[in-house]
Design a protein around this ligand. Structure first.
Ligand code: IPD
Ligand code: CA
Ligand code: CA
Ligand code: CA
Length: 284
């Protein structure tokens, strides 16, 4: 069992390591990099994604040899399905918003989280380009550059700015209508829709109150783990789009300032998806 003091030590070490990794991040952002395409032509990876994940994983493993790791690029190499056990497990996205990173768009970051007994206990999101470090330890609040942050108090979707996922739909043939239907609903109801191009920064923005809420599906644990804890510690709620219980390993995420707003989004999704399914039936 890890004590509070152990968790504090894990946090301090991971924080200084993430800041160090930020120097490598900046070199790649400003300089030349090798860009490869993954499964789809909109899904890219650079040599810096790999360098940063290597540094974080190797250093954390050396320091904490009995800990486990779930990292985006390691998982991509081994093609294993990530499994979260009760052991302390670091969940790492070396660069979230890789497409932004390649384009020189500063909405990109490093995301590092620790789960113990499947509970998120540490979340660190670092955007070295704008020097923003978001941190949280379970039960101790959320911080941006060491200053406490809070979600908004907004309980109404019509008064909300909402972060969504607007990633390419080119390869998403089956659920295209569902995604477009939801977007239309968000456009019609909210005060405005935003897409930063980094799920982790999107969650950090919910935590600091820069947006009121976020809804994204098809995310991976490494996209959200740190951000989910930071939102919760900033006073917000994170729930699943469909399932009853939020599962960081299968994240269909609604993050919001509070439960009322989150439940309003969930109900809107249920109603909108139903309408889309009915339209499908009348077309066939
Ligand atoms: C992506 C970003 C993006 C989200 C995608 C993720 P990556 O992560 O978080 O905002 O829309 O679903 O895959 O590949 O840049 O680490
Ligand atoms: Ca990626
Ligand atoms: Ca990511
Ligand atoms: Ca990534």
């Amino acid at each position: 069992m890890s004590s509070e003091l152990d968790i504090k030590n894990y946090f301090e070490y991971a924080k200084s390591l993430t800041l160090k990794a930020g120097e490598i991040f900046k070199c790649g952002f400003e300089g030349d990099k090798i860009v490869e395409t993954k499964e789809y032509d909109w899904d890219l990876v650079t040599d810096y994604d790999k360098k940063i994940e290597d540094l974080l994983t190797k250093s954390l493993r050396e320091k904490f040899p009995d800990h486990e790791f779930i990292g985006e690029e390691t998982m991509a190499d081994t093609k294993e399905t990530p499994v979260l056990t009760d052991k302390p497990t670091w969940i790492i996205d070396p660069i979230d918003g890789t497409v932004n990173y390649i384009n020189g768009n500063p909405n990109t970051c490093i995301s590092v989280a620790l789960a113990i007994c499947k509970e998120l206990v540490i979340g660190i999101i670092y955007n070295p380009i704008v020097s923003e470090l978001y941190t949280a330890i379970k039960g101790q609040g959320a911080f941006l550059n060491d200053k406490p942050i809070k979600t908004t108090c907004n309980t109404e979707l019509r008064k909300s700015i909402m972060e969504v996922e607007l990633i390419s739909l080119r390869s998403r043939v089956r659920d295209r209508d569902i995604r477009l239907g939801r977007l239309e609903a968000y456009f019609n109801i909210t005060r405005g829709v935003r897409y930063l191009g980094s799920a982790a920064i999107g969650l950090a923005y919910v935590a600091r109150g820069a947006v009121d809420c976020l809804q994204m599906d098809f995310l991976q644990s490494w996209d959200v783990a740190a951000g989910v804890l930071i939102v919760r510690e900033a006073g917000g709620t994170v729930i699943a789009t469909k399932e009853d219980e939020y599962n960081v390993m299968k994240p269909r995420t609604i993050a919001a300032a509070n439960e009322t707003l989150a439940m309003e989004i969930k109900q809107l999704i249920v109603d909108t998806d139903l309408k889309t399914m009915r339209k499908r039936l009348t077309k066939t």
